[in-house]
Write a protein that binds this ligand. Structure first.
Ligand code: NAD
Length: 291
């Protein structure tokens, strides 16, 4: 039997459409569009592509995009001064500093400098704390996108066994916190986990965020499991995920492909977070259940 393919591209397009409609209503109510500022330091080609597509998607959703490109030799003080300026700018609702930063820069210090209420990437420790405490804040875009796909596929996640593989601050940890908040029983596996296949074999939900091509094998899965593959690995012949798709598709009940699964969700959720930030900052109510 072959798994259903979870079409993240179509889901993301739907979300972007809903965000676009709500962004139009916000601009009317607030007398200004919602605004997202993206900061890119240096010339990393992959980062430049991400920044360009974020800018395009922001404008396509009817929001203002402010792009700041700084040279690779920018110093810490200059970058932090730009963040301060964006924190103070009333037209800017969301601030995203594209990672990775050049090595001489202290990324943690830059992220700490961002106003948590404009931190639409959800990387600020204040937002990590809010997520852990069940308070409203901003949740990192990729795991929130994964949660949306899971809810869409499975409905209520209450009582489901979930295994998240990877404990990064950007994906694994917030993913585990989101699933816990949705009352799943969560195991957070990582590089020191013993006998990973035995954990994966119990899971109704598997989220793989490891960064190793084709790492999770179909034979490890419980038949019918829902598999969310966050990995983006460049190998000879193109992009592959962290899950060995060919074997997993034979065992899983549903699986995200790479590309076309989780990837398109990240920018769509970024736009959603920016719109939520704009509403909160302007004091305009938003029915975010639709987003
Ligand atoms: P990371 O390198 O920060 O973390 C990887 C995690 O995997 C670590 O916590 C580590 O403990 C765990 N790990 C490593 N080897 C392991 C092993 N043998 N067994 C179990 N766990 C192991 O990576 P990240 O930033 O969380 O990203 C993970 C993957 O997701 C990467 O492929 C990245 O490109 C991708 N990613 C995709 C998106 C998207 O938009 N789709 C966004 C962010 C990251």
């Amino acid at each position: 039997m072959s798994a259903d393919i979870i079409d993240g591209k179509a889901f993301a397009a739907g979300l972007r459409g809903r965000v676009g409609e709500a962004a139009g209503a916000f601009a009317k109510a607030a007398g200004r569009p919602a605004g997202l500022a993206v900061v890119l330091v240096g010339e990393d080609p992959a980062s430049a592509v991400y920044v360009r597509s974020k800018g395009k998607a922001t404008v396509a959703a009817g929001m203002a995009s402010f792009e700041h490109r700084l040279p690779a030799d920018t110093d810490q003080a200059t970058l932090e001064a730009l963040v301060d300026q964006l924190n103070a700018d009333p037209a800017v609702d969301g601030i995203l500093v594209q990672l990775p930063l050049p090595r001489h820069l202290d990324a943690d210090a830059v992220l700490l400098r961002i106003d948590p209420d404009k931190d639409v990437d959800g990387f600020h420790p204040v937002n990590a704390g809010r997520l852990a405490s069940g308070l409203p804040g901003f949740v990192p875009c990729t795991p929130l996108g994964c949660l949306m796909l899971l809810r869409d596929r499975l409905g209520d996640l209450s009582g489901k066994e979930a295994v998240v593989i990877g404990r990064s601050n950007i994906v694994g940890k917030p993913m585990a916190a989101l699933l816990t908040a949705d009352s799943a029983t969560v195991t957070l596996a990582h590089s020191r986990t013993r006998d990973l296949p035995s954990h994966v074999g119990r899971a109704d939900i598997v989220v793989a965020a490891v960064g190793r091509p084709n790492f999770v094998r179909g034979e490890w899965l419980k038949p019918g499991a829902t598999v969310i593959d966050v990995g983006i690995n460049r190998v000879e012949g193109g992009l592959v995920g962290d899950v060995d798709f060919a074997s997993a598709v034979e065992v899983a009940g549903a699986i995200t492909p790479v590309p076309g699964g989780v990837g398109p969700m990240t920018i769509a959720v970024l736009l959603r977070n920016t719109l939520v930030a704009a509403h909160r900052r302007a004091g305009v109510p938003l029915d975010d259940a639709t987003l």
